[in-house]
Design a protein around this ligand. Sequence first.
Ligand SMILES: NC(=O)c1ccc[n+]([C@@H]2O[C@H](COP(=O)([O-])OP(=O)(O)OC[C@H]3O[C@@H](n4cnc5c(N)ncnc54)[C@H](OP(=O)(O)O)[C@@H]3O)[C@@H](O)[C@H]2O)c1
Length: 334
Amino acid sequence: MDIPFYKTYDGDRIPAIGFGTFGSDHVDPASVAASVRTAIRLGYRQIDCAAVYGNEKEIGTVLHEAMTGKIPDTPAIERKDLWITSKLWNDKHAPQVCTQAFFQSLGDLGLDYVDLYLVHWPFPNFHPSHCDVTSRSADARPYIHEEFMALWHELEILVDKGYIRHLGTSNMTIPKLEKVLRDCRIKPAFNEMELHPSFQQPALLSYVRNAGIIPIGFCPLGSPNRPDRDKMPDDIVDMEMPSVMALAAKHKCHPAAICLKWARANGIIPIPFSTKERNILSNLEAVCQDPLTEAEAASIPDCNSRLVKGQVFLWKDAGDDWTKLWDPNGTIEH
Ligand SMILES: NC(=O)c1ccc[n+]([C@@H]2O[C@H](COP(=O)([O-])OP(=O)(O)OC[C@H]3O[C@@H](n4cnc5c(N)ncnc54)[C@H](OP(=O)(O)O)[C@@H]3O)[C@@H](O)[C@H]2O)c1
């Protein structure tokens, strides 16, 4: 299957779809790695990893198989033909520890370099995995720009040394990105952000695009099996939106495919996860074939339904108002 590519601001090429690897707290590392193996066999070449997903070692084994021709029915894939992303977790922002955390991921993945390294969240706030939404770390702090830039400058050095090919941000807002773009030496090439039909983030999306940054969309299908901490009664189910279902009927495909075609139509790289071969394949096909027209894509209304609210990263004085994490007033919340 011919996968389209996007071009980064410095002329590199990235496949227009990636494969997610977050097991949503219920898919174990071996099963996620098996899904990555299937995805590579079916043609995916971009894998979205993260230290906090707890499965980079298992995925590293699969990447080694891919590069040495050990995946069934798949000729050996050259390193340059894979796009591997990893992410720095929130408890490793301090300049003294971020480099070590990066090399831990690099070693676990069994690689000499990563194509993209993202700062997973702008907050240096740690919480135990599987904790519930009311969990607050006593040390949690809001975004502190000077600290974020100290981290960024350490990562820039890893770019200079050839360990990281592109830097990126994730879970950012316009006011935070404005400051990062003002003060960075190496500009982020990507911003990974929640994007799906019911949560289109139009202002941030156009800001990112106008800045020459490629948007990567997480939860592109509306993350139906996301952890309970990320579920609220009013959340919209993307695959059940009437406009999505109408387009699915018209294109004779599953609503999941429409979610991914919507991403493609908007210049977004979706990174769907699945454990099922038939879904892994149909998701790839959705991005590569039978695109939506501009009018069809525009017929899906934004519902502003954020699924990953980030409650567990709230600092003490923020109370329970998770919207503060997203700078709703256009300035950085403290
Ligand atoms: N940067 C960040 O902060 C951040 C946050 C969240 C996620 N992410 C990344 O984004 C990736 C994707 O997000 P996500 O995994 O939460 O959600 P998602 O990709 O929107 O949804 C994944 C779920 O959808 C189901 N699914 C997949 N294809 C389907 C199809 N064709 N038809 C019906 N159901 C289908 C899967 O179940 P089956 O296994 O049954 O197919 C899986 O449980 C993550 O894996 C992770 O890499 C990043």
